[in-house]
Design a protein around this ligand. Structure first.
Ligand code: ZN
Length: 485
């Protein structure tokens, strides 16, 4: 009998707020232990929580980004448990009336578009962090009370790879949406993975086995791979799996059992008497909705459709939003008279210029001490036009003209004129360069004549060098080949 995996994920994400969920302490990572604490987040007797409105907004914003319904009634409940890093002995969360529910996330999975339904995204608070030393333990409460969103998926995920791709898509959406920084190194995203297996075609769910507290997506992927194989092997041996919680040991690459259902916590949820229920009004919802941005997948597809760009370029403009916006501003200035075929080529040239220069500026950040001077919108398009009509070539544009535009704020045409960079497309002049190079390099010239096609590139390079980068590269090839035939 063949078996299939059924996976659901509970993803905890710290919200990007200045202060904590119920008090004014800073929501800040990396400070000395217990420096962002007060009676409220330490759970001292007699204190009263005050909800952080930005956290409420970011929760509803997440709901919009994940295509959720936003109920007009939500509330906070106490989830009781005793644990050293939970100073109140309960966690404030949303039990049966969450702020958002019934959404979905779409993402690319191989050649298909996958959809994972979202049960709910509810607001709760993070707990402190325990540290274990040789002879004692300590607790840092800086994280206690940081607003935490729990995003619960339906069990729509069928493989470890799909879980991994879903998590990355979710992270992209939350970063783009301005909801969370999702910095994994700082523990801003953690997840619990629920896995069961069942015979292919069966509608019933198998015993749910939960792997707690995963803090890396690659860890989730490996743990899921391991756990699916373990469960399938167990049921094939005739074992009966029982609902339980397991822990992933990243070094050993195995999961260990922590507790079974009989030992599950009884959380004794009840509505928090100190907090009013939430009843969002139209105006407030409209304000939050105005913060919704275009989702990464939609943006990528729009760039491919509207500008005929390859997927790789569209991905760069999706992950680097400001660069993509600059691209759209530049190509937005293309005049309507231009022919479709020429327009597509021109757009691609603009994309190449922007993408290559963004990559080279990150590589040589130390060199760009001088602040870039802004040049008017449309100047990069003009430069692309100068490449298209052979006034200059791509490498000169990339290496000389564009950096100079950034430095001086001058137009591409002015720089070409001042520096004498206009491309040489005069065949006579190029023939002279070619003759000189062939005479100086008899070896490579003979190699090409005897059939080594690669030798031509070397000679082309030499001609380019001799012309100080100004010779039209297409013409060089033509002339060299003609002469060496
Ligand atoms: Zn506090």
């Amino acid at each position: 009998m063949e078996y299939e995996a059924v996976i659901g994920l509970e993803t905890h994400v710290q919200l990007k707020t200045k202060s904590k969920m119920w008090c004014g302490c800073a929501n800040q990572y990396g400070s000395d232990p217990n420096t962002h604490v007060c009676p409220v987040c330490l759970g001292l007797p007699g204190v009263l929580p005050v909800p952080n409105e930005e956290a409420l907004r970011l929760t509803v914003l997440t709901g919009f980004l994940l295509n959720c319904e936003i109920p007009r009634f939500a509330k906070f409940d106490r989830k009781s448990y005793f644990y050293p890093d939970a100073p109140k002995n309960y966690q404030l969360t949303q039990y049966d009336k969450p702020s958002t529910q019934n959404g979905f996330v779409e993402f690319e999975l191989g050649d298909t578009t996958a959809r994972v339904r979202i049960t709910r995204a509810h607001l709760e608070e993070d707990v402190g962090k325990s540290f274990h030393f040789e002879r004692h333990s300590g607790v840092d409460f800086n994280r206690a009370g940081v607003p935490l969103l729990e995003i619960v998926s339906e069990p729509d995920i069928t493989s470890a790879k799909m879980a991994y791709d879903y998590l990355n898509a979710l992270k992209d959406i939350l970063i783009h949406g301005g909801v969370s920084e999702c910095d994994m190194e700082k523990g801003m995203v953690r997840c619990d993975v629920n896995i069961s297996v069942r015979p292919v075609g069966s509608k019933e769910l198998g015993a749910k086995i939960e792997i707690k507290n995963m803090n890396s997506f690659s860890g989730v992927r490996r743990a899921a791979e391991y756990e699916i194989a373990r469960q399938i092997a167990a049921v094939k041996r005739g074992e009966k799996l029982i609902q339980s919680t397991r822990r992933w040991d990243d070094e050993a690459g195995v999961t260990d059992e922590m507790r079974t259902k009989e030992h599950a916590h009884d959380y004794r949820y009840f509505p928090d008497p100190d907090l009013m229920p939430l009843a969002p009004k139209d105006a407030w919802l409209a304000e939050v909705k105005s913060r919704v941005v275009e989702l990464p997948l939609a943006r990528k597809r729009r760039f491919m459709r509207e500008y005929q760009l390859p997927a790789g370029d569209a991905e760069v403009f999706t992950s680097n939003v400001p660069l993509g916006n600059t691209f759209e501003e530049e190509v937005g200035t293309i005049s309507n008279g231009i022919q479709e075929a020429g327009k597509t080529k021109l757009i691609k040239l603009v994309a190449n210029l922007l993408i290559n220069s963004s990559q080279s500026t990150t590589a040589s950040q130390n060199e760009t001490i001088e602040p870039a001077k802004p040049f008017p919108v449309g100047e990069i398009l003009n430069l692309a036009g100068l490449i298209q009509n052979n006034t200059t070539n791509s490498s000169t544009a990339q290496q000389v003209i564009l950096p100079e535009m950034r430095k001086t704020g001058k137009s591409a045409a002015a720089i070409i004129q001042e520096k004498g960079l206009a491309q040489v497309s005069d065949t006579g002049a190029i023939e002279k360069f070619c003759d000189e190079v062939i005479a100086a390099n008899p070896g490579p010239a003979n190699d090409f004549k005897s059939g080594k096609a690669a030798a031509l590139n070397f000679l082309k390079g030499q001609v380019m060098k001799l012309s100080k980068g100004k010779a039209n590269p297409n013409l060089i090839g033509e002339v060299l080949e003609k002469k060496l035939k």
